[in-house]
Design a protein around this ligand. Sequence first.
Ligand code: 5GP
Length: 194
Amino acid sequence: MVSGPAGSGKGTVLAELLKEQNYRYSVSATTRAPRPGEVNGVNYHFLSRAEFEGRIGAGEMLEYTEYCGNYYGTPKKEAEAVLASGCNLLLEIEVEGAANVKAKYPEAVLIMLLPPSFAVQEARLRGRGTETEEKILERLSRTREEVPCVTHYDYVVYNHDGRVGDTADDIRAIVRAERAAVRRNGNAADNYFS
Ligand code: 5GP
């Protein structure tokens, strides 16, 4: 699971990882309006509040939360299908959702993606030009609550300007190491002799 404050470059880094076949993304649902260029079913499943609440009621969400006035959630079916395929499931979710998933799936790996500094983050958000000043300030203030949650994460990765390839490499290295961890391979000796 990758979390990071607005402007950390989550979307760009995940797009880099998704170029490989063994990484798959679970498309989240949200009640936020699409940004220019975002496609329904690709970036998010864009739902009305009533539709989203209907899905919560039907138990179709693995986790969900309210973030800056909108619902965001992971559809259970979609995430389970990726896990069943044996691929690395990438979830791009905020800190509360990440904690909820970790409680249900302790084997999940939590990575916090950060810009090099708060100042760089602010410059990126303003440069992106996709949000109003009010939304930018809301997200920057939210960052002050999000980043300290890093102490509950397994890894922290910094995404420097123009170095998305290096950032993706850091995440690939974490995934490789986690897959080789002895605690995930308790049957290694049995497998070896069978
Ligand atoms: P944005 O509006 O910038 O696309 O996303 C806002 C925040 O919601 C980001 O921190 C993003 O990681 C988080 N988010 C996106 N999808 C989900 C989800 O399915 N569940 C949760 N809990 N957070 C999500």
